[in-house]
Design a protein around this ligand. Structure first.
Ligand SMILES: [Zn+2]
Length: 225
């Protein structure tokens, strides 16, 4: 495959940033052993940068990242891509605004997925980041497009950048890989808080209009402009 010098430069930068973002998964205790993965779309190319399969987090760096096309075929790299590559590729093919995808089995979010229960919108933080409840996607076996299809169909029906795939765990998306990592950190944090709230009693839902106002403000006004 022939790439322009600009595309090669972009891929080199994404190899660095995607490798570095994997350390956020361990730092935030979202993953164990070699589970979990981050990918980034290569803008302007039908390519993505993703974690290699089965490599220790200590050994992840720019050189060990792999580049595949958006059907999961290896384009650059010495290692086999993540076993979840097909799901990431499906998301990039079908959601053109998505520039990053993250998958973990983080404990509390995965506990909600095990029960097949959406995380209700009972905190301003959930309204801000997710725009409503965090939905559950269908149960899907690894090996074909079913996981990717389940992610895309569920995300299309919601404002949430996170989906809890039933009996499996969270997948999150964002405009960039960093945004998708942020959503993965946030989904675990709210899954834990709402779980604790459930132990104490019945969490109080936010009204739809308050959710809408919080979400609009957070997406458009919050932070450094
Ligand atoms: Zn998984």
């Amino acid at each position: 495959m022939t790439l322009t010098a600009q595309a090669r430069g972009t891929i080199a930068e994404l190899r660095e940033s995607v490798a570095r973002l994997h350390s956020e998964l361990t730092r935030n205790e979202l993953v164990v052993w070699t589970a979990g993965n981050v990918s980034a779309r290569v803008p302007g190319e039908d390519l993505m940068v993703i974690k290699p399969s089965g490599v220790s987090y200590d050994d992840l760096n720019a050189d060990t990242m792999v580049v595949t096309d958006l059907h999961g075929n290896l384009v650059h790299g010495d290692l086999a891509p993540s076993s979840d590559t097909a799901a990431h590729a499906y998301v990039y093919r079908h959601l053109p605004d998505v520039g990053g995808v993250v998958h973990t089995h983080s404990t509390y979010a995965t506990a909600w997925a095990a029960r097949g229960e959406p995380i209700p919108c009972v905190l301003t933080m959930i309204a801000d980041e997710f725009g409503g409840e965090i939905p559950v996607g269908p149960f899907a076996l690894i090996g074909d497009d079913s996981i990717g299809r389940g992610i895309v169909e569920t995300l299309r029906a919601t404002r949430s950048p996170a989906v809890l795939m039933r009996n499996h765990g969270p997948f999150t998306v964002g405009a960039t890989a960093r945004d998708a990592v942020k959503a993965a950190v946030m989904v675990e944090d709210v899954a834990r808080t709402v779980h604790i709230a459930h132990q104490l009693g019945t969490p109080v839902p936010l009204s739809r209009s308050d959710v809408d106002r919080l979400h609009a403000r957070y997406q458009n006004v919050y932070g450094q402009r």
